[in-house]
Design a protein around this ligand. Structure first.
Ligand code: BGP
Length: 459
């Protein structure tokens, strides 16, 4: 029997931009996603923009009941900044009513809300001022965070500032998957730094309010595995770890950036601009907990060509490595490697002071999932049950070894919309039928998850 600690959080995660829908109504102003879809629809899956998603804006009452039906005791979503503060300053009362009723409904169904503030959805008004490149965004975010704490702090006691901040850094400023889709390593580093400062000031605002609760951040970090054949491979893994993992985990948990990261950036003329007092703020405002999203490992090897001059891309430090023994999720194209969850658990214990943490996203995306539907209309997603079991076994091993993990959230509750992929990859415990009024139908994995949560473990 794999038993988990008492009061373990069993649930699922989503985000406002991927689940609420009702995108341009009730006072919400556009985000970069709305605008980008309007300006360049060709970048997106045809006719699958961010306007409707899973329609939770209108269906949250029945959805809270569906969560309770499968014994989810917790649920993470985010607040839409552009809905709550359409111009960055004025509170939208309709948004306040919506979120208060939404959170009340969760609580009524014994589902603890874990609320995140930013899930890739930069308000357009702020993007026009430079987005995360502009220092102004740091204080704008801190104001938004403080407003949210004051408005919902009596309902929410577990807050996260950002979801996977490295994604808006890499995808927006290096790899072209998020707006503004440019390629500029120096700007990417500045965006990452400003994001950490925005996070830090939000944590400071939370602590000043002295609310009874805790605040953290959701990161997608895992140990970097190297091809491991040469000294160059080992160095590549070390640098990948510095740039992707330690660059976020160290300041938020330990209160300072790693010296080696600063040296690496300085040597390549990539150091960001800072403001006097930043260092002290980071040192004083450490998080209470960490959420870690884990889907697949990062495997790297040394670049084929040696760096000449300053780095213009992370590939000057490391390039991806395809492990010949890898097992693939053939329905999504991502590697499946549950063992990394054990390694993550040990990393949190040994390198990060055994800070409380939870798995804030883990899941298996499947394209064209209807092919697994049985005659009764239920998706027989045994592959997803196996995926969760394999990951939970590794997590359990990490907890047995003393890692301070307090929960496991899957991605996701109901099939949802995803960025450039639209509705292609399905992850939910409930199938969503876009052709039939967003009808939700329980999958086999939802039944399994109910038992898992009720037994606080599995055999
Ligand atoms: C995570 C994001 C989510 C979600 C998930 C699945 O990185 O936090 O927002 O999209 O990945 O990814 P995808 O929908 O691309 O399969």
């Amino acid at each position: 029997m794999y038993k988990f600690p008492e009061n373990f959080l069993w649930g699922a995660a989503t985000s406002a931009p991927q689940s609420e829908g009702h995108g341009s109504k009730n006072g919400k102003t556009p985000t970069t996603w709305d605008k980008w879809y309007e300006l360049s629809p060709d970048k997106f899956t045809p006719n699958q923009g961010p306007e409707t998603t899973s329609n939770m804006y209108n269906m949250y009452k029945e959805d809270a009941k569906l969560m309770s039906d499968i014994s989810m005791n917790s649920f993470r979503t985010s607040i839409s900044w552009a809905r709550l503060l359409p111009d960055g300053k004025t509170v939208n009362e309709e948004a306040v009513t919506f979120y208060r009723e939404y959170f009340a409904e969760l609580l009524k169904n014994n589902v603890k809300p874990v609320i995140n503030l930013f899930h890739f959805d930069m308000p357009w008004w702020l993007m026009e001022k430079g987005g995360w490149e502009a220092r102004e965004s740091v204080d704008a975010f801190a104001f938004y965070a403080k407003t949210a704490f004051e408005l919902f702090g009596d309902q929410v006691d577990t807050w996260a500032t950002f979801n996977e901040p490295i994604v808006h850094v890499e995808c927006g400023y290096l790899y072209g998957y998020h707006y503004p889709a440019i390629h500029d390593f120096k700007k990417a580093i500045q965006v990452g730094y400003n994001t950490i400062m925005a996070h830090t000031k939000a944590v400071a605002a939370y602590k000043e309010l002295k609310q009874e609760g805790k605040i953290g951040i959701i990161l997608n970090v895992s140990p970097c595995y190297s091809r491991g054949e040469t000294e160059g491979d080992a160095l590549a893994a070390k640098q990948a770890d510095l740039l992707n993992t330690k660059s976020f985990l160290d300041p938020v948990v330990l209160g300072e950036f790693p010296v080696e990261l600063k040296e690496l950036l300085a040597a390549n003329d990539l150091l960001p601009e800072t403001v006097a007092g930043d260092k002290e703020l980071i040192a004083e405002n450490k998080v209470d907990f960490i959420g870690l999203n884990y889907y697949q490992p990062r495997r790297v090897q040394e670049p084929k060509e040696k760096l000449v001059g300053n780095a213009t891309d992370p590939s000057d430090f490391y390039i991806p490595y395809i492990w010949p023994e890898r097992k693939m999720n053939e329905y999504r194209g991502w590697e499946i490697y549950p063992e990394a969850l054990y390694d993550v658990a040990i990393m949190m214990k040994e390198d990060y002071g055994n800070i409380p943490w939870f798995v804030s996203e883990n899941g298996m995306g499947v394209a064209q999932e209807e092919r697994f539907m049985d005659e009764s209309g239920q998706i027989q997603d045994d592959y997803r049950i196996e995926f969760m079991m394999d990951h939970l076994k590794e997590l359990h091993k990490g907890i047995e070894a003393g890692s301070n993990c307090f929960g496991y959230h899957t991605w996701t509750f109901i099939d949802c919309w995803s960025w450039l992929n639209g509705y292609t990859n399905r992850y939910g415990f409930y199938r969503m039928d876009l052709d039939n009024n967003f009808e939700r139908t329980l999958k086999k994995s939802g039944i399994w998850f109910k038992e898992l949560s009720e037994n606080n473990g599995f055999n």
